[in-house]
Design a binder for this molecule. Sequence first.
Ligand code: G3D
Ligand code: MG
Length: 167
Amino acid sequence: MGGVFGKIWGRLFGSKDYRTLILGLDGAGKTSILDYLDIGKATQTTPTIGFNVKTIRLKNLSFQAWDLGGQLAIRTYWKIYYPNTSAIIYVVDSADKDRFETSRKELHLMLAEAELHARPLLVLANKQDLEGAVSEADISQYMGLPHIKDREWAIFPCSASTGEGLK
Ligand code: G3D
Ligand code: MG
């Protein structure tokens, strides 16, 4: 993770544990990313009901990642986890063009929550290994990221299958 955003992220996460929410539609690859960061390789995942909580350590960073199930029926419970959240990671399936609009709506609904005010946002354009994956620049446009003015944000391409972009 480079540049100014990396520095902000680093300052935030020093050596303490902070709650980071990993959110995104079902199937975006949240659990796979968490597993890759945790054990350094791709794993078999099953749809998440409720949540997995893991503490991820990367270099000198340590943060708590919350992987919430994204299916429609349980998305309404995301709110329960908003208080005390330091930062947000939002995962997008870069090849799932049909659901970019749904994903954009959910992202902006979440960002409008008072409890997440000004929390930095990292968008991961996942599944870049798939043929037809949309570039992070185009996903940034689809997700309306350039319109976000009330917080630091960044987008990075990655693949939880190959590990590209995650470390
Ligand atoms: P979720 O936790 O966001 O719901 P998962 O998503 O991590 O459960 O991943 C959903 C499916 O996408 C899984 O496949 C997983 O292997 C796959 N996946 C996750 N990340 C990537 C990626 O970067 N590239 C590719 N090609 N696939 C990925 P299944 O087949 O188990 O549904
Ligand atoms: Mg999951």
